[in-house]
Write a protein that binds this ligand. Structure first.
Ligand SMILES: *Cc1c(COP(=O)(O)O)cnc(C)c1O
Length: 328
């Protein structure tokens, strides 16, 4: 594959930790790739994707980045932080009926970083977010500004290259560590993380199982969406890979109460792993995905993994607005 232009924004390579106690309990080896440590303001998985999306924005001479997400979107916060570093403005289209009176987590960080906001309803977000971002772009253009629209989660063809590159990073680390990860597990929220890993796994003939746990929608929804993202990336990179939608391995059943909504058992699990292994997972993505992996292994349904690499995709700021739900 031809690799598109790239910016260097993330602290790479990220470390791989052993989750000793959870591994002992489950009778498998679980390792955690610390993509929550790709940075501070620019932390989490979105930074890797933005490294490939932002050169396109700069090449087009834009002065503003527009993107969208939930009120606690890690992606939106990463875009704002990147915008500031690059001397651009950030305009965020966020899904909420009313912004919280006391800013917290990612929304607080976005305020600190100087983003501007457009708040839209859940329905508008679900059905019209791309049109709304396009409208915002036109409004800014009428004022003489040039904005670049980044889709939800930076999950498009360019964004996929972030985790395409990450799989190469992982295979390098396997050699250094003398370990082969037979399975890689990631949360799935907009699909670009999964898509990139999938392409590189095929290209390298690495034969790993790439398992995604969806945190919203359904497995079928994501097989469709990720297939589209993969096609787009292959087109950009001039790659030829034969794959079918059915190959996209999404483990459904752990959305729980819905996107960004937490059940008590998920929060208890986050507290448990914090105490046994000293790693804090987030409530929206990694906490749900690891909770799902844990239960799939316990039920004997997740039998492929001897050495499982779980990618900690970040999301710590999203934990803070949940403080009351923990009930401490
Ligand atoms: C966005 C996000 C994900 C999901 O990644 P996608 O590429 O959108 O599927 C996972 N974890 C965290 C912390 C995120 O912010």
């Amino acid at each position: 594959m031809k690799i598109p232009a790239r910016l260097h924004l993330a602290n790479l390579p990220t470390r791989i930790d052993n989750m000793q106690n959870l591994s002992t309990e489950l009778g498998v080896h679980i390792y955690v790739k610390r993509d929550d440590e790709t940075g501070s303001e620019l932390a989490g998985n979105k930074v890797r994707k933005l490294e490939f999306v932002l050169p396109d924005a700069l090449a087009q001479g834009c002065d503003t980045l527009i993107t969208c997400g939930g009120i606690q979107s890690n992606h939106a916060r990463a875009v704002t932080a990147a915008a500031v570093r690059l001397g651009l403005s950030a305009m965020l289209v966020l899904k909420t009926d009313s912004p919280p009176p006391c800013p917290d987590g990612n929304y607080l960080m976005n305020k600190l970083l100087g983003a501007t906001f457009r708040f839209i309803s859940e329905q508008d977000y679900a059905g019209h977010r791309d049109e709304i971002m396009e409208d915002v772009r036109k409004e800014l253009a009428a004022k003489g500004r040039k904005a670049y629209v980044i889709p939800e989660g930076a999950s498009n063809g360019l964004g996929c290259f972030g985790y395409y590159q990450c799989l190469y990073e992982i295979t390098g680390q396997e050699k250094e560590m003398g370990v082969t990860f037979d399975t890689i597990v990631v949360p799935v929220g907009s699909g670009g993380t999964y898509g990139g890993l999938y392409i590189a796994n095929k290209e390298l003939n690495a034969g790993k199982r790439i398992a995604g746990f969806n945190v919203c929608n359904t497995a079928e929804f994501f097989r469709e969406r990720i297939a589209g993202e993969i096609h787009e990336a292959l087109q950009l990179g001039g790659g030829q890979l034969a794959f079918t939608k059915e190959d996209i391995d999404i483990v459904d059943g752990y959305v729980g109460s819905g996107y960004a909504l937490s059940r008590k058992e998920e929060l208890d699990f986050i507290a448990k792993t914090a105490r046994t292994d000293g790693i804090i997972f987030d409530p929206v993505y990694t906490g749900k995905a690891l909770y799902g992996l844990y239960h799939e292994i316990k039920k004997g349904r997740f039998v492929t993994g001897k050495n499982i690499l779980f990618i900690h995709t970040g999301g710590f700021p999203g934990l803070l607005p949940k403080r009351e739900a923990f009930g401490f």
